[in-house]
Write a protein that binds this ligand. Sequence first.
Ligand code: 2AM
Length: 196
Amino acid sequence: MRLFVAVDPTPAAVQELAVTAAPLHALPGAERLRWTEQESWHLTLAFLGEVPADRVPELGAALAQTALGYRAHRLRLAGGGRFGDRVLWVGLAGQTWALRALARAVLQVTTELTAELGGDREPELEYHPHLTLARAGRGGHPGREERAALRTAAEELAEFQGVDWPVTGFQLMRSDFTAGRYRYSVVDRWTLGAAD
Ligand code: 2AM
């Protein structure tokens, strides 16, 4: 199964972002972008790709151990930008160092497994915490209108400062491609356990 590890913003943070992002859908060309659904908004800590079901228990045990070593922290959704002409994202502010440390630890644990499995994971570039709002280009290169919509939306998001919310845990997510799109479901969830 196709797996990734993610943190979910709280419903209040999601709601606030939904209100902020709504006008962006009306930008010229925005209808050509593939907007992510509010119900699936997440911050990816690590992407694993295909993992056989029989390896999930050992992965879960390693992630449970990781969770014990890290503290709850507070983040805000803030700012925005784009990855090239492909992805519109919202950024993070607050105790991002804590999220980065957690992502590093999760990546280390998951890399041990995925390196052994091979698979379609992309080489790890610098970790850039973000929430993906929209994607451009269906298979091919994004057209001029899509690129313009992505650029304008990124500019509009630059000043966004969301409410403060707690990161209390993370989850192992499963991604299934059905009826023409990816659907996410929670495989397991762990609470951050280090004492203050
Ligand atoms: P992103 O949207 O936060 O960038 C589930 O598929 C999530 O895993 C996606 O939302 C994406 O995170 C990330 N992801 C998907 N395919 C990936 C890949 N090949 N390499 C790295 N991350 C990937």
